[in-house]
Design a protein around this ligand. Structure first.
Ligand code: ADP
Length: 378
């Protein structure tokens, strides 16, 4: 359906990408992932001629779209595009947004266009919003209208440029649901996305781009579970961290808890998961400073540089864990007996898998990885 050969795009002396080869078959859903500035969006824009590549070849459905006599409108009808910012016509209601293109460019009568539009709005769950104006809709609904508007042109291929980037988690799920449905119906799609769960669950293949190069192409399993290229590995295992230092037993637990919560919210972790992380840290610190052993630890921390707590969240697989690091030997708090009847310890062991290691500087490191729950997320 799409064959890209040796594609290059430059702006003056800036090379956005060079020597790109991409093949997309009928019914494929290809996700393009990679850091900002990798060239994902520019590649998509070249595929429907919103940008003109500097050199190379793009064949779409057997047609060389870079040839001199290409009809750009015809290509844009064949290759629909959905944008991060929806780009709806604010002065038109939902149905009019969806019927305008087919009436103007495909020659459908209003009646035909409206019948088709209503069918498509039903497909994306928005039939009851047909008379609403864009500013009366949520972001997720706007994006579903934008997808409907593209589908109304009966494209052979749908390009989606960061379709969920402007949305909160609930709205993201709505839009991912629609994209998943289209994939099931056999729509050929190329999606530039930062939403790893979208790339992972909807795609037939994933392209990882870095600095204008395609570093790796593979199935979602290949890319997310067994990346081969070092750049892909670094990107996939990209870890977000939150750090806090506990200087002694009088540390500010409220501040620590607020920090963890803000960190989890920033990365859209479900509230249930956020609460588990808070509980894990609270219970661990409660044991750590409990009883005689706790007093000893307090003294060690006051004499030294305290204990560093790091919460790590790996975006690609949703693993979340905590690392407690102290440059003095504290003794594993989870192995002591004098805590509150072992309840804290039971809670902690229920929540996380724990490993302990001694460090070269004589200190100690305890790693706690939150256990997976039934929905596959930590
Ligand atoms: P991504 O979608 O992966 O974030 P883009 O395709 O948006 O990346 O951008 C790739 C690179 O091309 C960036 O370094 C960006 O600054 C550059 N770029 C994009 N559009 C233009 C432009 N019109 N003029 C100059 N540079 C541009």
């Amino acid at each position: 359906m799409i064959e890209v050969r040796g594609l290059e795009k430059r702006y003056g002396n800036t090379i956005v990408f060079a020597d790109l080869d991409v093949v997309v078959h009928d019914g494929d859903v290809v996700s393009i992932i990679g850091s900002s500035g990798a060239g994902k969006s520019t590649l998509l824009r070249c595929l429907n001629l919103m940008e003109h590549p500097t050199s190379g070849q793009i064949i779409i459905d057997g047609e060389d779209i870079l040839s001199k006599d290409t009809d750009i409108q015809h290509i844009r009808q064949k290759v629909g595009m959905v944008f991060q910012t929806f780009n709806l016509f604010d002065h038109l209601n939902v149905l009019d947004n969806v019927t305008l293109g087919p009436m103007k460019l495909l020659g459908l009568s209003r009646k035909e266009a409206e019948a088709q539009g209503m069918k498509l709005l039903q497909l994306v769950g928005l039939a009851n919003r047909a008379a609403f104006f864009p500013d009366e809709l949520s972001g997720g609904q706007k994006q579903r209208v934008a997808i409907t508007r593209s589908l109304a042109m009966k494209p052979k291929i749908l390009l989606l440029d960061e379709p969920t980037s402007a949305l909160d988690p609930t709205m993201t799920s709505e839009v991912v649901g629609v994209i998943r449905r289209l994939a099931k119906d056999g729509m050929t799609m190329v999606i530039a996305t930062h939403e790893m769960s979208l790339a992972r669950t909807v795609s037939t293949s994933v392209i990882f781009m870095d600095q204008g190069r395609i570093c790796e192409v593979g199935s979602p399993e290949d890319i997310f579970e067994h990346p081969r290229n070092e750049c892909t590995k670094a990107f996939i295992h990209r870890t977000r961290s939150f750090n806090f230092t506990v200087s002694n037993r009088d540390f500010d637990m409220y501040r620590l808890r607020a920090g963890i919560e803000a960190f989890c919210d920033k990365h859209f972790l479900p509230a249930e998961l956020r609460d588990k992380v808070v509980l894990l840290i609270e219970e661990t610190l409660s044991i750590c400073f409990d009883g005689e052993a706790g007093e000893r630890r307090d003294m060690i921390m006051r004499a030294g540089s305290g204990m560093d707590i790091r919460i790590d969240y790996i975006e690609a697989n949703h693993d979340i864990g905590a690392v407690l690091r102290c440059n003095a030997e504290l003794g594993n708090p989870l192995e002591q007996d004098d805590d509150n009847d072992g309840i804290s310890r039971m809670i902690i062991e229920g929540l996380a898998d724990i490993t302990e290691e001694c460090c070269d500087d004589g200190g100690q490191k305890i790693t706690m990885i939150l256990k997976a729950t039934t929905n596959g997320q930590a």
